[in-house]
Design a protein around this ligand. Sequence first.
Ligand code: MTE
Ligand code: MO
Length: 502
Amino acid sequence: MSTSRLRTQVRHALPTALVGLFAGVAGVVGSYAVAGYTPAFVVSPVADLLRAVMPDIVIRYAITILGSLGQQLSLLTAFLLVIGGIGTLAALSMSVGERLNNRALPVVSTAVATWGVAVTLTDSLLLSFGAGLPAGAVVLLAEAVPSVPVATDVDEDRRTVVATALSVLGFSAVGYAVGQGRTGGGMPTGLGRSEELQGLLDDAAELSLGIAGVEPLVSEDFYTVDYSAIDPSVDREDWSLTVTGEVEEEVTVTMDDIESMETEDRFETLRCVGESLNGQKIDTALWTGVPIMDLVERANPDSGCGCVMLRAEDDYYEEFPIDAMEDGLLAYGMNGMELPRAHGFPVRALVPGHWGEINVKWISEIEILDREAEGYWEKQGWHGTGPVNTVAKLRAVNDTDDGRKELGGHAYAGTRGIETVEVSTDAGSTWNEAELSEPLPGGTDGNDWPDAWRQWRYTYDPPGDEHEVVVRATDRTGTLQPSEETGGFPSGPTGWVSRTVD
Ligand SMILES: Nc1nc2c(c(=O)[nH]1)N[C@H]1C(S)=C(S)[C@@H](COP(=O)(O)O)O[C@H]1N2
Ligand SMILES: [Mo]
C-alpha cells in the first residue's frame, strides 16, 4: 500500500469515528429526551451493571470514603460506555455499508442495533426509539453528503463533520430541555392540612437553639443515599404495595387506600451506618404516614423467623426483625409536602431508631419471611439493620462577641433518646454539661420523646492557646457513648468527636 493511499484511509477513518461519536451522543441525548432522568434512560442500567460487577470492597469504600462522588464516577463511566457503544455500532455499520456500497444500510443498521441494545438495557420497546432514531439520523446526515471519490477531498469530509456536529449540538440542547421536563421534580405538592403541619414545623423552629453553623432541628437540606445511579420515578397512580410471603392472605394497597388510613405526623431522624463519625449523613424531618403494622396485620403474618424483607421499586431489599416495625410508618409526606422523589416518592418505610438503610424508599413489597435472609448492604458485608449508635456531633466552633467560644452540634441516640451531652475543653480530663434543646414533640417505642436528634450548645472562656475539644453523649438508659473509635464499616462509627481549637 502506498503512503498516499494509507494517508487517505486514515483521513477517511477519522470522520467515521467522529460520526460514530456524534451518533453516540445523539443516542444518549435522544434517550434522555424521551425518558428523562429515570431508569428508562439508557445510561441508568449501565451504571447499575457497573455497580453489580464492582467488587464489594470498592462499593464499600465508594460509599464510606467517596460518598456520592463514587456514584458520579460510575455514572460518568456509564455515559462514556453508552456513547462509545452506540458510536462503535454506527462506525461498524458505516464501514460495512461502504464495503457493500450501500448507503441505506448503515442508517438502518445503526438505528436498529442501537434500538436493540437500548431495549436489552431498559426493557422499554417504545422509549428505546429515543436512542435508536437519533443515532440513525446522524449516520443519515453524514451519508447524505455526496460520496467522496477515492482521492478523498478532505474539505468535503470536514464539511460533513461540521454539519453533523452542529446538528448534534442543536439536538442536544433541545433533547436536554425536553428530558429535564420529563424528569419532573418541579414544584413540590403540599399535603393539605397545611395549618396543622406548619404548626408542628413552627414548634420545631422555636425549639431550635439557633446556633450559627448548626442546622435547625428540622433539616434544611436532607442527605440522600441511593444504591442505584438513578432514582426510580414512580407514578402515583401506578404505585401499589403488597404484603406477601408467610401470610394468610396477600394484601395490596394503593395510594388512595393509604391516604384513607389513619394518619400520623412524626419528627424522626435518619442516620446512615456508612457515614463517618462526625459525618453529615444524618438529618431530621417531619414525616406524615400510616402505621406499617396496620397494613401488615391485615395479612395475618405467620413468620418462622420473625423477620421481614422490604423490597423497593429500585430492586433494593433489606431484611430485619418484624418487631422493629412495631412503631414503623409508611410515610408519604415530608415536612408538609408530598415525599420528594429522592426520598422515596410516593411511599417509604420509617423504622424508628434503626440505621437509615432499612428505611426503604419507593417501597413496593413487604415480604414476611420464613427464614433469615440477607439484605442488599448485608451482602456487601455491612451490619446496618440494627439500632443506631449514640453520637454527639460537633458542627460549629464560634467566637462570641464577648470573646468567648461557642460550640454546638446535634446529638442522637435513636429511640433511646439523649439524656445529656458533655463537653471537655482539655482533651477529656474534665467534663461539663452542655445546654440541650428541648425534645421535639411526639414519642415512639412507648417513650414520651421522639426518635429524633437534639441540639447542644456549650460556651466557655478559651484558655488562650490551642486546646482539644471533645464531645460525648449519654442516652436515656444512662449509657455513655463508647469512647473506642471504630470506622463506619461494618456496624457504624463509634467514638467521641474531638477537634483542636485555637
Ligand atoms: N429503595 C431504596 N431505599 C433506600 C436506599 C436505597 O438505595 N434504595 N438507601 C438506604 C440508605 S443506605 C439510607 S441511609 C436511607 C437514606 O434515606 P434518604 O436518602 O431519604 O436520606 O435510605 C435507605 N433506603
Ligand atoms: Mo445508609
